[in-house]
Design a binder for this molecule. Structure first.
Ligand SMILES: CC(C)(COP(=O)(O)OP(=O)(O)OC[C@H]1O[C@@H](n2cnc3c(N)ncnc32)[C@H](O)[C@@H]1OP(=O)(O)O)[C@@H](O)C(=O)NCCC(=O)NCCS
Length: 172
């Protein structure tokens, strides 16, 4: 699909956007087939029951075409930690602020739910340089790195962003 971002509208996508979400994930060229399947499953689950385990957010062009999406949800067994599970933008709309809009809306919504920490996991591979540059541009910081996590020479890089004031350290 040829995309023309123009004026971008943010709204919650529905299950009818599942195929387009998959197309966007595939078009990035970054994800293995099993990761594409998982992305589609997460999107569908989020779109069918937003706010249960996952919530989807979508960015749409003026003709109502999905340009990109994010899926986030509360991290089980934590207090106030939330995962940004997926964020992906059609390559035809990269570097036009769509990802930033989706991430900022995600942050606002998580903050509105009382969330205090966002976690986003990604890969150390060279083809993920733009992804890491994106998180760093949005003031996410690297909190952990697990060597060879995804595959030999493909580390897990864990980014975090704190939403509230910095944690107070007890002085006793
Ligand atoms: C990461 C991704 C969502 C960014 O979307 P985007 O709409 O292109 O991002 P934006 O235009 O909002 O970029 C915001 C800032 O991030 C940084 N950035 C984004 N892409 C970058 C790139 N290719 N190289 C360097 N910096 C980049 C820039 O600082 C940019 O601001 P600027 O354009 O004013 O300089 C997009 O590249 C993508 O879909 N990647 C593949 C999927 C992926 O890796 N998802 C995350 C893991 S699930």
């Amino acid at each position: 699909m040829t995309v023309k971002p123009g004026i971008v509208t943010l709204r919650i996508p529905g299950p009818e956007h599942r195929a387009r979400a998959r197309e966007i994930v595939e078009a990035t060229g970054l994800f293995r087939p099993e990761e594409v399947e998982i992305a589609e499953e997460v999107f569908e689950s989020a779109a069918l029951a937003p706010g249960t385990d996952y919530t989807p957010l979508g960015a749409f062009d003026e003709e109502g075409n999905l340009l990109g999406f994010a899926c986030y949800g509360p991290t089980p067994c934590t207090v106030g930690t939330w995962d940004l599970y997926w964020i992906a933008v059609d390559p035809g709309a990269h570097r036009q602020g769509v990802g930033r809009k989706l991430a900022q809306w995600t942050e606002q919504r998580i903050a509105g739910e009382g969330g205090r920490l966002i976690v986003a996991e990604t890969s150390s591979r060279g083809d993920y340089d733009p992804t890491r540059a994106f998180y760093e541009a949005l003031n996410y910081e690297v909190a952990a790195r697990v060597p060879d996590f995804y595959a030999p020479n493909d580390d897990l890089v864990v980014y975090i962003k704190r939403l509230g004031p910095p944690r107070e350290i007890a002085n006793d």
